[in-house]
Design a protein around this ligand. Structure first.
Ligand code: C6P
Length: 408
């Protein structure tokens, strides 16, 4: 379904949050997304009529819950072009990336002890920075950072920093502060030529654009359900089967074993090996339904609509005197950071909130990036499929009023 302002107004009716909060203009989708009634209904149905634990029971309710749970993996796998056994459920992107920072050393050290460098970028979210920092602090690993050139990655700098010593190249597909869509295919190709493992933080891409893991070519890719209309507490780690098979588990306990004695254990096949304990069953089923919802509209149509919203905003916002925009204008997803000269971003966000406009202000879990930009934080708006041109008009006119108010 091609999206237009008219069809989006109709779509918006699927989201009870807007009916229950009249006048709400929600522009904080990079933080988390709202949920359509289709997802809420599936959760309600599961808890009211179908609930049981998975994998354990021989009774009908449990085997039905297991079927629903496994079906959700098929939906997700198909959505990103992976195999169901390559989909590991985690809590969120953060947990997926932590899992990698703990388990990748086992396969890197096994193959080549000379590789001890991890290449990241200066625009990483703390979730794709601190786990690797901690790994480096545990000893034996060095971090390198690809520099920025404007609001994009400096590819020449990347080519200088990646080498036969690189063990892992890990970066975001889309920056959560700048909106920049990084050239991940090119980066992964170069990283592979050097023999490095590749990790993509896809928290801001999978919900908004077509991501095919085979086309992207990454060994691992992480994202969160809550940013794509699913419940919180369900995240995904995709990994290439042959690599996941070699990796050590991250957590130990029930459901991830093949055989246990008092003194040892062997591990279950993929993906169970990485899913110790009772999973977020309802969350997984909800994520499957969220993807069904996205598929009905078409991810390409969502991407195209957000691009239209971004272009419309860029065109209108530049008229505001003293606005500083942190966005390249091209190669950008529907995320836009800005500051109003002389006004703290938190004040801007609070004043917008008074008019029912929800945006994020602050460092966006990107403290090193804010330092490079030379600001304590920014105001950030971020779109999803239910945002309209009227949302942007209201934002712009309120920003103009805020600017006038501070002039006095
Ligand atoms: N960014 C934002 O407002 P979790 O919290 O694990 O679902 O996602 C972490 C994460 C990782 N990488 C990127 C690029 C992200 O944007 C996020 C989450 C939110 O920008 C919350 S800080």
């Amino acid at each position: 379904m091609k999206l237009s302002n008219k069809t989006v107004h109709t779509l918006k009716k699927d989201f009870p949050i807007f009916k229950n909060n009249p006048g709400l203009i929600y522009l904080d989708n990079a933080a988390t997304s709202q949920k359509p009634k289709q997802v809420i209904d599936v959760l309600k149905k599961f808890y009211e009529k179908e609930y049981a634990n998975v994998h354990r029971g021989v009774y009908r309710l449990s085997s039905n819950a297991t079927e629903l749970y496994l079906k959700s993996k098929e939906i997700i796998a198909e959505f990103i072009g992976a195999k169901p056994e390559e989909i590991i459920y985690t809590r969120n992107t953060t947990e997926s990336l932590n899992l990698l920072s703990y388990t990748l050393p086992s396969i890197i050290n096994a193959t080549n002890k000379k590789r001890d460098e991890i290449v990241l970028t200066e625009m990483e979210h703390h979730s794709n920075l601190i786990p690797w920092q901690q790994l480096a602090k545990r000893g034996g690993w060095k971090l390198k950072f690809i520099k920025l050139k404007g609001y994009e990655l400096d590819m020449e700098d990347f080519k200088k920093k990646v080498s036969k010593k690189t063990a892992v190249v890990a970066l975001c597909h889309v920056s959560n502060s700048l909106g920049t869509i990084n050239p991940v295919q090119e980066i992964i190709k170069i990283a592979k030529e050097k023999g490095a493992l590749t990790v993509i933080d896809a928290a801001q891409s999978v919900p908004h654009m077509k991501v095919d893991v085979l086309k992207v070519g990454a060994d691992f890719l992480a994202f969160s359900g809550h940013k794509m209309m699913a419940p919180t507490g369900i995240g995904v780690l995709y990994g290439k089967k042959q690599l996941l098979e070699k990796m050590q588990p991250f957590m130990f306990g029930g459901e991830m074993i093949k055989k246990v004695t008092l003194n040892s254990a062997t591990w279950a096949d993929l993906p169970a090996k990485f899913e110790a304990g009772t999973p977020h069953i309802a969350g997984a089923i909800g994520l499957g339904e969220a993807i069904n919802y996205i598929k009905k509209i078409g991810i390409e149509n969502i991407e195209e609509w957000e691009k239209k919203l971004l272009d419309y905003t860029l065109e209108k916002i530049k008229d505001i005197k003293g606005i500083k925009i942190y966005n390249s204008g091209k190669n950008s997803s529907g995320i836009l950071s800005f500051n109003l000269e002389g006004i703290h971003p938190h004040d801007v966000a609070s004043l917008l909130d008074e008019q029912g406009i929800a945006i994020r202000a602050g460092h966006h879990c990107n403290m090193p990036l804010m330092k490079i930009l030379g600001v304590p934080g920014t105001c950030r708006i971020s779109f999803y499929l239910y945002n309209t041109f009227e949302d942007i008009d209201a934002l712009i006119s309120t920003l103009k009023k805020i600017k006038d108010k501070f002039k006095k």
